[in-house]
Design a protein around this ligand. Structure first.
Ligand code: ATP
Ligand code: MG
Length: 586
């Protein structure tokens, strides 16, 4: 076996240790599986004995009926345990997976931005959804089935040898062949599964990307080319599936054939003995032969399936390794702050602040700035100057390397993180909306916010009329990522959010893309309303928005170039003047 096909024992053990979360369920499930493993093989034994004792030997009608009832009873028990073991194994598996998924999701939700910057969303979705599904199988159909199959194999073989070791040996002759066939099949099927999975991923990614980027595809008339690429991927996808199906369709007839050989050997041996014995013995072989024919089926099924089950364990373990890798990550912002009573109506000061996303590649350099409580400070500067980065630091989405940010005299990191974020609202440059109603997008599911609050807030912000024009008003579903709303409308929704949450500090990162005049006017009014009497930081792309700001800060390549009021900066005849003249001449 190659290295790749080996089970990672450490991970496997760790995965199995989750059984302890549901000890009771586990014991019940294993109990049912064991009962089933013992009940099943005992039935052929009873049938054989019944035939020998009450048909061949004594023709006792009453006992025959009694035994038949017993066998029916065993069958009923068998069915009941079949149900119970399926039910409890799955209940056990699903309970563990629910917990594991919760653990995974809660870890992921607290990771810092930097983690999400470099991890593809698709990979994380795969972890939470399909990887965990593969892990479920380890518990539901993996270990449980292996335990059940092994026990039932042992019981079958023991009963066989106990009945007749010669017959047993005869029937076992094709078993080595079965084992070889199973191993060959397992190896082949593993490869084709791998291929299948790769092709499914390719197909998924392709379809998802083209549909997301459909406007680009249509705009540049790429339909035909994309369709051609798609055909290629689709054909490969089919090929991969056919490969797996091919292996299956050969393997199962081969197994059937081998089991027929076992029966054939059994019958040949029996015929041999019939020829050599006197009539009394011959009768007694009758029931035994029936038992063996039934056992042969019970022997082949588990051996055939063992390879499959091992694949399930292996696949689950590989996926579990990836899941544990995320669970074990220490990739969140340190929340060592303990202050939950910090006053936010104090000045915010930046002192000799340096920040880089990647070590020493400074995005912000030597920032010194003081923002007085209740005032509005505006940031302007060319694209990539570091404006969004600066405000992200205040919400502690990233951590700066040098210098300090203080609220009054309190360092940012001394404040408890959730408390800090509760008092700061950030309207992001790209407003993200969930594919839910307008109302839910404003409250973000906070049940303490009533519909009246929301309506009042949108009236205050000036967005009520536009929302009422949407079909369904506040119940309008905004589509994935808010796709059916314009950029300006989306920003207005996030303004309402801020108004409802009523934070001490407002950070507003204006959308860069152009906004229609009507929305522009609404946004300006809303901005005015929101910044009133609140410490506010506004990143503006249209200088018209910020002329009344208490202070304007010009950022360039991560450094503060100028700061002052609108009038002061114009007088300075510097960078701001150039920007202003440029926009004014438009
Ligand atoms: N998540 C990130 N990881 C690494 N680098 C980043 C990240 N976000 C921004 N940067 C880089 O940091 C620099 C400043 O970006 P930032 O988004 O702060 O600019 P900005 O002033 O907000 O620009 P704009 O006006 O276009 O919004 C840019 O060079 C950008 O490439
Ligand atoms: Mg920005």
């Amino acid at each position: 076996m190659s290295q790749k096909n080996k089970l990672n024992i450490t991970v496997f053990k760790r995965l199995l240790s989750y059984w302890k979360l549901y000890k009771g369920l586990f014991i019940v499930a294993v109990g049912c599986v064991l009962a089933l493993a013992i009940l099943g093989p005992s039935r052929p034994y009873f049938i054989g004995r019944m035939v020998d004792l009450y048909i061949v030997k004594s023709q006792n009608g009453e006992m025959l009926i009694a035994w038949t009832l017993i066998i029916i009873g065993i069958l009923i028990f068998d069915a009941v345990f079949q149900f119970l073991s399926t039910y409890f194994s799955n209940l056990f598996a699903q309970s563990i997976i629910r917990d594991l998924r919760k653990e995974l999701m809660s870890r992921m939700l607290s990771f810092r931005m930097q983690y999400f910057d470099r991890t593809p969303i698709g990979a994380l979705v795969t972890r939470v959804v399909s990887d965990l599904e593969a892990i479920t199988e380890v518990f539901s159909s993996g270990i449980m089935a292996i335990v059940g199959d092994l026990i039932s194999l042992i019981v079958v073989v023991s009963l066989m040898f106990w009945s007749s070791w010669q017959l047993s040996l005869m029937t076992l002759i094709p078993i080595p062949l079965l084992i070889v066939a199973t191993r060959l099949f397992a190896r082949y099927i593993r490869k084709s599964f791998q291929m299948e999975r790769d092709q499914v991923t390719r197909l998924n990614t392709f379809v998802q990307e083209r549909i997301t980027g459909i406007s680009l595809v249509q705009l540049f008339n790429r339909q035909d080319q994309e369709y051609k690429i798609f055909q290629g991927i689709n054909a490969k996808h089919r090929q991969a599936h056919i490969k797996a199906i091919w292996a299956n369709s050969i393997f199962f007839p081969v197994v059937e054939m081998l089991s027929s050989f076992s029966i054939a050997f059994l019958l040949v041996w029996t015929a041999q003995r019939v020829g050599n014995s006197d009539s009394k013995d011959v009768g007694l072989m009758f029931g035994e032969t029936i038992s063996f024919v039934l056992w042969i089926h019970m022997l082949y099924r588990p051996i055939r399936q063992l390879a499959d089950k091992f694949n399930i364990l292996q696949r689950g373990t590989v996926r579990a390794e990836r899941v544990f890798e995320i669970i074990d990550r220490e990739d969140h912002i340190q929340n060592d702050g303990v202050l939950t009573d910090c006053k936010f109506d104090q000045s915010i000061s930046f002192n000799n602040l340096y920040f880089a996303y990647n070590n020493e590649d400074w995005v912000l350099k030597n920032i010194n700035l003081k923002i007085q409580p209740g005032t509005t400070v505006a940031f302007v500067g060319s694209t990539g100057a570091g404006k969004s980065s600066l405000v992200n630091l205040i919400g502690r989405f990233y951590e700066y390397q040098k210098g300090s940010i203080l609220f009054g005299n309190t360092e940012l990191s001394e404040i408890e993180l959730n408390y800090l974020r509760k008092n700061i609202a950030i309207v992001l440059q790209d407003v993200f909306l969930f594919s839910e109603s307008v109302f839910n997008n404003i409250t973000l599911g906070d049940p303490s916010i009533s519909r009246e609050d929301v309506v009042a807030a949108s009236k205050a912000v000036g967005a009520h009329d536009f929302i009422m024009k949407l079909p369904g008003g506040y119940d309008y579903e905004v589509g994935e990522r808010g796709g059916v709303l314009s950029t300006g409308q989306r920003q207005l929704l996030s303004f309402i959010r801020v108004y409802v949450y009523d934070p001490y500090i407002l950070i507003l990162d204006e959308a860069t893309s152009s906004i229609d005049n009507e929305s522009e006017e609404l946004i300006q009014k809303a901005t005015k309303k929101l910044t009133e009497g609140r410490t506010s930081i506004v990143i503006a792309h249209r200088l018209s928005t910020i002329q009344t700001a208490n202070k304007i800060v010009v950022l360039d390549k991560g450094e503060i170039k100028e700061q002052g009021t609108h009038a002061e900066l114009l007088d300075l005849e510097g960078y701001y003047r150039v920007l202003y003249d440029m926009q004014f001449s438009e």
